[in-house]
Design a protein around this ligand. Sequence first.
Ligand code: CMC
Length: 418
Amino acid sequence: MSKSAKLELGEKTIELDIIEGTEGERALDISKLRAETGFITYDNGLGNTGACLSNITFIDGEKGILKHRGYTIENLCEKSSFLEVSYLVVNGKLPSTSELEEFTAAIQKGSKIPEGVKTIIKSFPKDAHPMGITSAAMVALSGFYPEYLNQDLSDQQKKEIIPLMLGQLKTIAAAVYRHGQGKDLIEPNNNLDYVSDFLYMMTGNEPNKEVAKALDVLLILHADHEQNCSASTVRVVGSSKANLFASISSGIDALWGPLHGGANQAVLEMLSEIQKDGGGYEKFIEKAKDKEDPFRLMGFGHRVYKNFDPRAKVIKAYCDVVLDKLNVEDPLLDIAKGLEKTALSDEYFAKRKLFPNVDFYSGIIYKALGIPTNMFTVMFALGRQPGWIAQWKEMIEADGMRITRPRQIYQGKTDEKL
Ligand code: CMC
């Protein structure tokens, strides 16, 4: 196939280079479009725009494929741990045994949060949303680690700050939960693995292995998802040469919205509402189809996946196993399954290729693990942090990095006078 395409604009014809990805995706390089033609592009929601070149994550939305650095998500969930996947996503390769030990030790060393950050967390009202507190605590870290505030970090500084970020967010997330419960914060326990330590700091008890394993898999499933809303936010903020704390804090903010990570909380609230309403989900399906009604079936649909979300498949299968192992019976799981079945056989959802996404079943597992609903999106942030760090690192290390500064098509008034 030709490596360029011709674009005719009136009298003018220009050649646009075609860029090919390693998995076969193709893009038109329009970087000279405006200079050569005066035109810009318009792409509402950026669904047709490749904003960067990346080696981290590949998604084939039509086939339901998700790979990190070439490994399928199913393979990673089966054979790896969250810290191995974090290392893989950030550093581009799986760690050797000694590299994993070093990485784990650095995370443990970086798990204690500054007293000032604890004070900030404790200064929030107890009923404040955990995502707001988490974001504030994350950006507050910038005041306590000033040595990492610029983007010209040495290799040694990058080696330090990455495990530091993973350690700090684990403790922040647990502290945010404890504060909301009106309980004293608990210090990290370096004898525990990452997930067990997080659960220990939340509950004060060491979790059983099955609970920790289930949460570990959930975190792996969230580790990265290429240029989604929060990762793009991290890149946009970082493109101004803002520091990693500010960039990740902005990513947490972007994740909070119910169309993105906040959907996991919204799904559970929706399922509970259906339960309260008597369990008849057909009414909710009709509401979701009604264009006059702003209600959407939360946990359904995806910008990229148009066949199925491979993460949702793993989680759904895991749901039965986890509930069974924990001896939990949750009627919300039956409602979710019924809702999914009915929606999938409905023409509205089939025509628009709307399938359950990662957030549809994850809340049922979080709930079974004893994690409260308003903490679900913080769990997503904890899992997604390696992806955000990887996206930020890849961007600042890329040749020819430029500040992100899109254009617009002005449609306002012209020539007004006082
Ligand atoms: N319920 C009912 N209708 C829907 C839904 C839904 N959940 N999602 C999309 N549609 C309809 C939408 O109304 C539109 O219909 P029409 O063509 O008649 O106007 C069509 O499907 C295409 O929707 P869109 O809004 O153009 O799709 P998008 O790619 O811009 O949005 C989405 C993707 C995920 C924001 C959207 O599907 C949605 O709002 N889903 C519910 C929220 C959710 O579960 N979000 C989690 C996403 S996955 C994890 C993550 O990113 O964090």
